[in-house]
Write a protein that binds this ligand. Structure first.
Ligand SMILES: Cc1cc2nc3c(=O)[nH]c(=O)nc-3n(C[C@H](O)[C@H](O)[C@H](O)COP(=O)(O)OP(=O)(O)OC[C@H]3O[C@@H](n4cnc5c(N)ncnc54)[C@H](O)[C@@H]3O)c2cc1C
Length: 356
């Protein structure tokens, strides 16, 4: 399937489902994102534990380079441009056509939330399910209730088409959750679009807020210790969104070997955890904004110390030196060389301050 400029993932969903097909990975919770926009950063979804990022599912691109050329690139043709545009934060070219691999779409999804109070059991179960790939859709959350008690969820999903219907109860029988919500069956289309109304409501609620979102990929071996930094936040400093009466952090495991694009940086271990902190403060509360910004810097410093990596849209990166540190010297040299070649006058995407 070829996505043209301006195509949103919602358009892709509608058009491909009509043919019984689907991209392997959609963004996890929002389809109102452009195809070019997510491919320029990576694109993570609820099926990424199987397929990697959206950038791993692209076969070919048309790119307008900074020096004004329209270039078709793929793993076999102009491959360095292909590699430096996918996850390249718009530095070398603007994506104007993306050829995305499609697979057969399931008709239905069975979803269930598994609820934990014990962090060790939670982390082990996430990794156990990751290792055997038993769920088609696997995401999770860390939540704090009004009494300050932290809890943990795995949202387990199985795709299917009639006549087969999955037996979720047997699939989760060896996991050690405390309780579970009833399994819910929905169409695959309902599953893909299920967060759109909530997103609109959240956007309206946070219209007068300043966001300091951060997203990190942490090595699985160090994640438990790292989380203690987050659990220590008082609610005021945590500045997390309230969803259904809980403060919420998105949290799910990743098979790092499934992510193959050179600019999508992950910890060196085989298994990692994604942590999405949607921190925001009311506009005008300068003191709190400064405190949250400083605390993000501390979190990033601790992340770097344990071999974690940032996700570029929520990276808090402010200087070329930090980008270099993020990519590592070899990749940074490749990206710098591509920038000189494809955008010699430095006209593309200055916002992230990657190349001064
Ligand atoms: C509500 C919401 C939910 C999100 N959920 C997810 C998620 O589940 N998974 C995930 O991985 N990410 C998620 N993100 C992050 C998202 O992937 C990035 O913010 C992405 O850049 C957004 O794309 P956009 O269409 O909004 O881009 P824009 O905001 O329009 O652009 C962002 C940047 O992307 C680059 N860019 C945009 N279009 C192109 C193009 N055609 N060619 C080259 N570069 C381009 C430019 O550098 C631009 O500055 C979410 C973001 C939001 C706002």
């Amino acid at each position: 399937m070829d996505a043209q400029p301006g195509a949103f993932w919602a358009n892709v969903a509608t058009l491909t489902l009509a043919k019984g097909l689907t991209p392997p990975v959609f963004p996890a919770t929002c389809l109102a994102l452009s195809v070019g926009g997510t491919l320029s950063v990576g694109g993570i979804g609820n099926t990424s534990h199987h397929y990697g990022a959206q950038v791993d599912t692209v076969a070919e691109l048309d790119v307008v380079t900074g020096d004004g050329r329209l270039v078709t690139c793929s793993p076999d043709r102009e491959s360095e441009l292909f590699n430096m545009v996918l996850g390249g934060v718009g530095q070398c070219g603007i994506i104007v056509r993306s050829r995305i691999r499609l697979i057969p779409a399931p008709s239905y999804v069975m979803l269930q939330d598994l609820l934990y109070t014990d962090l060790d059991k939670y982390l082990e179960d996430h990794l156990r399910a990751l290792a055997d790939g038993r769920f088609d859709s696997q995401r999770g959350g860390i939540i704090r209730d009004k009494n300050g008690k932290w809890g943990f969820t795995i949202e387990a999903g199985k795709f299917f088409s009639p006549p087969g219907e999955p037996n979720l109860a047997s699939l989760v029988s060896d996991l050690r959750f405390d309780s579970a919500t009833p399994a819910v069956r929905m169409t695959y289309q309902e599953y893909l679009f299920r967060f759109e109304a909530r997103n609109a409501a959240l956007a309206a609620r946070f219209r007068n807020s300043l966001s300091r979102f951060i997203t990190m990929w942490l090595p699985a071996s160090a994640v438990k210790d790292y989380l203690s930094n987050i659990f220590a936040f008082p609610p005021e400093l945590a500045a997390l969104p309230q969803v259904g009466g809980f403060e919420r952090i998105s949290f799910f495991p990743m098979n790092t070997r499934r992510f193959t694009r050179p600019l999508f940086k992950l910890p060196s271990e085989d298994r990692a955890f994604a942590v999405w902190l949607f921190r925001s403060v009311p506009a005008g509360d300068q003191a709190r904004l400064s405190a949250v910004t400083a605390s993000n810097r501390e979190l990033f410093a601790k992340m770097t110390a344990i071999g974690g990596k940032r996700y570029s849209p929520y990276s808090g990166v402010v200087s070329p030196a930090e980008w270099q540190e993020h990519f590592g010297l070899d990749t940074w040299r490749r990206l710098s060389a591509a920038k000189k070649k494809y955008d010699p006058n430095n006209v593309l995407t200055p916002g992230p301050n990657m190349f001064a």
